[in-house]
Write a protein that binds this ligand. Sequence first.
Ligand code: BGC
Length: 346
Amino acid sequence: MPKPKMNFRYFGSCPAGDVMQITIRDGSGIYAELLSLGAALRTLKVPDREGKTRDVVLGYETAEEYWENDGYLGAVIGRNCNRIGGAAFTLNGIRCELSANVGTDQLHGGVIGFSHQIWTPVVYENKAVFRLMSPDGDQGFPGNLSAEVTYSLETPGELKISYRAYSDQDTVVNMTNHAYFNLAGQESGPVDAQLLSVSADAYTPLGQGLIPTGEIRPVDGRPEDIRKSSPLSRCFDDPAFAATNGLDHNYVLNHKEEVSARLYSAESGISMEVITDRPAMQVYSAGVLTERKGKNGAVYGLHHALCLETQAFPDAVNHDNFPTTVLKAGEEFFTETVYRFRTAEE
Ligand code: BGC
């Protein structure tokens, strides 16, 4: 009798605890490895134009590297992704002081955000559900929050990530996934030649400490206009992007069409479309990804990947003109993002 394939295994240990690795697959050749640490997407294999699978996300070999390194490779970010200026906000007249981890600001949920906590997985053939109880006061956020993230390969060619949360007090929630995509393969080096377009007529300019100024600025006639497909090198070479060493911009999505962003590698023939119900997307071209060891002997460095982080606007809780990130007590937070893979000629 053939041995049944196990879809989970012990991955390693880190100060957060023991980490499990979960495997899910679909019928079209997509295969994903997920970790209980940070509910992270560690591996995503998709077929290239030759029908050979390529691993299109960056990841590490060990649990310790996930714990110790910056970069949030593939992790779920929460309770609040991106930055909160001064690591504080006022909600219902009460001042909430958060754990600050970048100077005096909070980035990606704080010192021990959702990316550094152990989630409880439930595994199915083509779907994995991760649950986390985040207690009242976790990283300074109010309310006991129950969070759930589902990775699903139920539709062939598509990875869908759904996020759900409930709180017993009003709180702030803005979760995302921090996958580093390289459609030529995780070991293939800089993504300069990959083509990106994002359906966004505006972006939110940054001030001190990369905190949004509050302005929502049209991209018309500006270097930040990435609506037309162009190689990422265009942004890497343009001095307008020097302060962020490439793209590290929050784009306000148009939602006029189904697809909000498209990335394509002519080398592999793999294209990825991002479909989301979120109002914005942080487009980050790994401008602070310092040299480090990755999976299967890969060595990562600057611009070796692109993150397309679907989200609400950064620091929204401190800007009344931004869509709210407040989750009311007893109400449901629910959002979905689909990454659709195809092979195409361009
Ligand atoms: C942020 C960057 C930050 C990076 C850390 C991105 O989501 O936009 O500013 O440096 O995460 O990995």
